[in-house]
Write a protein that binds this ligand. Structure first.
Ligand SMILES: O=P(O)(O)OC[C@H]1O[C@](O)(CO)[C@@H](O)[C@@H]1O
Ligand SMILES: [Mn+2]
Length: 441
């Protein structure tokens, strides 16, 4: 049988992968350097001269990294000991083994885009952990928090809406519940437009009330498997015994506004008894600029709770209770910040795979998760999603993603062609979205 198609890569001049490596990644590095600069006095106040020295060191390591990238130097192994250093270095060797002898070492513009882009964020982390005492500094924290603050109006509107729904939920009939389920899922989808890596780290918050735009946005959903999600969870609700559980796992993407949309959805799932427990997965290190870490997760809930808006703070208080009583569970795993495609998860991280198998439904948020689900490969648009997953089937799953990379499967013949001619960048602006389900029907 033929192997899977080739990986997206910076080799393809003019491709989005190429432009990302050439322009956007250096821009993100420059912004990280600038952030460190701006915190100079804070580091000094906290740690004295040692803080200043550490800041200089981190900056010089990041400048070196930017230079390696811009001159297409070989990808070098990690040196600093960390939980995933060995796995990373093995993966770099593996990438090298895929090359013909003459091709030498993996390089930025030559190797798979997914690999080098993940490598870049892991190198940023290495620069920081090599610079104690500022080794727990998150260079993206400021922009993640800014995204949250700038989205205040939308967050208030969303929290108010959620509280209205929750307080009247007993009066809703099945159709009304389904409408609400679809509404909150669509909000969570469009919340994924707000990542900071697409904008090169520049602000990308939600300033308008997204709820008013859902109808207009509907035609932009290229694959819409919402009905499957509804039947699945509604069936679980109807058939489960009193003591049994329905577990929905959410593989999180970005902090800030998107995370609020995910938590609102998670709250609704419990309130509507479509699920009895929700498990979240975040990143263990700062990742793709805006991805949520446990610190962001806790910080955001704290902020929502501390709001002086009545309904917003009620949401925060409820969310904290869910965590306390174990109805919401947060998991960390290093696999999410490795460069591997998800089809190798069962070998590389069998414990995580086994954890995901306990879910009745797994929601994968965002573009990067889609790239890892499909291996970030040059699939034909009409290849079935199931096939592109290449054996990754821990439980029924759904990708909720706005398109920000040149990979998309499961379209109808002719569907992609509608956009190719008229909108050359249709796959990379976050304008279009999918709810793409895989699982038994
Ligand atoms: O936050 P998301 O939705 O995973 O998006 C991150 C995506 O943004 C990008 O940086 C592209 O703009 C991709 O490299 C990556 O897939
Ligand atoms: Mn992200």
């Amino acid at each position: 049988m033929a192997g899977p198609p080739a990986s997206l890569s910076g080799q393809d001049e003019g491709s989005f992968a190429y432009l990302t490596i050439k322009d956007r990644i250096p821009q993100i590095l420059t912004k990280a350097i600038d952030t460190l600069h701006r915190h100079k006095s804070e580091f000094f106040e906290k740690h004295g001269e040692k803080g200043t020295e550490a800041e200089k060191k981190a900056i010089s390591l990041l400048s070196k990294l930017r230079n390696e990238l811009q001159t297409d130097k070989p990808i070098i192994p990690f040196v600093e000991e960390f939980v995933d250093t060995d796995i990373w270095n093995q993966y770099i060797e593996y990438q090298q083994s895929l090359l013909n002898e003459n091709d030498g070492k993996p390089r930025w513009f030559y190797s798979p885009w997914l690999f080098v882009e993940c490598y870049m964020y892991r190198r940023i982390h290495e620069a920081v952990i090599q610079s104690p005492p500022i080794d727990d500094f998150d260079v993206f924290k400021e922009s993640k928090d800014q995204n949250f603050f700038e989205s205040q109006e939308s967050i208030i509107a969303l929290c108010t809406h959620l509280q209205e729904v929750v307080t009247t939920i007993r009066d809703l009939d099945e159709n009304q519940l389904k409408d609400e389920f679809f509404r909150l899922l669509q909000i969570s989808l469009w919340g994924n437009k707000c990542d900071l890596s697409l904008s090169g780290g520049e602000t990308s918050s939600q300033k308008t009330n997204i709820m008013n735009s859902l109808e207009e946005l509907k035609p932009l959903i290229l694959v819409n498997d919402l009905e499957h999600l509804w039947s699945l969870l509604n069936n679980c609700k109807k058939t489960r015994g009193k003591a049994s559980i329905t577990r929905v796992d959410i593989v999180l993407d970005n902090s800030g506004f998107e995370l609020v949309t995910d938590l609102v959805l998670a709250d609704f799932l419990l309130s509507a008894q479509l699920a009895t427990e929700i498990h979240f997965y975040g990143k263990t290190i700062p990742w793709f600029v805006s991805d949520a870490t446990i610190r962001d997760f806790n910080w955001l809930i704290e902020q929502v709770k501390g709001s002086n808006h009545k309904w917003m703070s009620k949401c925060g208080a409820d969310w904290e209770t869910y965590i306390k009583v174990g109805r919401w569970v947060y998991h960390d795993h290093i696999f999410w910040t490795l460069p591997h495609e998800f089809c190798v998860m069962s070998q590389v991280a069998p414990d995580l795979y086994a954890e995901l198998q306990k879910a009745h439904l797994i929601l994968f948020k965002g573009d990067l998760n889609y790239r890892k689900l499909t291996g970030d490969r040059k699939w034909e648009f009409t290849v079935p999603f199931h096939q592109a997953l290449r054996g990754f089937h821990p439980a029924p799953l759904c990708s909720i993603r706005t398109l920000k990379a040149e990979v998309q499967v499961g379209l109808w013949p002719g569907q992609a062609e509608q956009y190719i001619a008229s909108e050359p960048s249709w796959m990379t602006t976050g304008k279009y979205g999918v709810f793409q389900f895989d699982g038994p029907l």
